[in-house]
Design a protein around this ligand. Structure first.
Ligand code: ATP
Length: 356
């Protein structure tokens, strides 16, 4: 096992005008499960491929354990990779597939057999060791690819969207299995996905990427509850965080949203006379009257089974509210909405950074 340290990694592909990764620095602790999350094209795969040695950075440094591996050949980095397209050999059975890398490495047959049986047991593949991939389900094939990676005893496990070819149900069950497995193995892991639920579920920490940079790297609850900037708040969550813009009143105590106002924390009273953005998660807004409640107009109500999703407007600004599943009201009417002070996150509209 080993820690992975990335320092100022810059990569621009030939002919490209923008950097695929732009001075990315990241430290993954020994045994940590780090997820790289972000929209398509933000540089996740490029970063992973540089760690694997399949791409070389223009500048920057990659250290695994105590070795600088920046320009080292892939096979000398002692890492295993699992790709999105579960590349299993169709003409080899499950046992041969799992043991392939070990045999190439010249591992004695008895040792190969022992490790294949260990991995097959962990991934519930023992009954299928003699089967060929054509007779396996997608989930079983993907488990073969994971088994093949873990038998290598690598210092670092790299996974690029390993669940994305599975259907929704299989994904869900395999996600939990993978979490359990990686927890047991304790191998340092870098895991790429664009699926936020997967990222929050699996990661010890999640590095949210945007345009070749890391927008925030923290524990799942921290990136969700305290997005460091508007991008992260607007990327995580389904629906994502609401943002309301207003002007802080002259005495610094309230935010005027355009006819209705909301208390501003004392620490932000220096923003008096300036604009501020309020970020609030849809599930944190209560449909309730009382002190400080705002009036919103209900436009659409979508019953979603476990909740009711409301599309509303407050002072002409769109706001999504996640209400209890039994909530019913007629669209077009008015609603009292309470935004609890503890659920408010405040952003500087100029920098889009979290203030409070
Ligand atoms: P996705 O989730 O769609 O796989 P990603 O976050 O993994 O995206 P990358 O594949 O790392 O993103 O791509 C980052 C940027 O580099 C993108 O703008 C992409 O178009 C560009 N890019 C990736 N591979 C190449 C390549 N081989 N040649 C030229 N440009 C590339």
């Amino acid at each position: 096992m080993a820690e992975v340290v990335l320092r100022d990694l810059v990569k621009t592909y030939a002919g490209a005008t923008v950097r695929a990764t732009d001075e990315v620095s990241l430290e993954v602790a020994d045994g940590e499960f780090m997820v790289l999350l972000g929209p398509s094209g933000c540089g996740k795969t490029t970063l992973l491929r540089m760690v694997a040695g399949l791409e070389l950075p223009d500048s920057g440094q990659i250290v695994i354990g105590d070795q600088d591996v920046t320009y080292l050949e892939p096979r000398r980095r002692n890492l295993s990779m699992v790709f999105q397209s579960y590349a299993v050999f169709p003409n080899k059975n499950v046992a041969e597939n799992i043991g392939f890398g070990l045999r190439v490495r010249g591992t004695p047959a008895a040792e190969v057999r022992r490790k294949v049986e260990w991995a097959a047991d962990l991934l519930q593949l023992s009954p299928y060791l003699d089967r060929y991939p054509a007779k396996l389900s997608g989930g079983q094939r993907q488990r073969v690819a994971v088994a093949r990676a873990i038998v290598m005893d690598a210092d670092v496990l790299l996974m690029d969207e390993p669940l994305s070819n599975l259907d929704a149900l299989l994904r869900l069950s395999f996600r939990a299995e993978l979490k359990k497995l990686v927890g047991e193995l304790g191998t340092t892991t870098l895991y790429v996905t664009h699926d936020q639920v997967e990222a929050l579920s699996l990661g010890d920490r999640v590095a949210v990427m945007r345009e070749g940079r890391i927008a925030q790297c923290d524990a799942p609850t921290a990136v969700y509850d305290d997005p460091a900037n508007e991008f992260v708040g607007g990327f995580l969550g389904s629906p994502p965080m609401n943002f309301l813009t207003g002007t802080v009143e002259r005495d610094g105590s309230k935010l005027d949203l355009g006819g209705q106002s909301l208390a501003v924390p004392h620490a932000l009273s220096t923003f008096a006379g300036r604009t501020l953005k309020l970020g609030v998660r849809p599930e944190a807004i209560e449909v309730a009257g009382g002190d400080g409640a705002l009036q919103g107009e209900l436009q659409v109500l979508e019953p979603l089974g476990s909740s009711a999703l409301l599309t509303t407007e407050i002072c002409g600004q769109p706001v999504k509210v996640q209400a209890p599943p039994t909530f019913r009201a007629e669209p077009g009417g008015s609603l009292s909405l309470r935004i609890p002070p503890e659920a408010c996150r405040w952003y500087d509209p100029e920098t889009s950074l979290l203030l409070e």
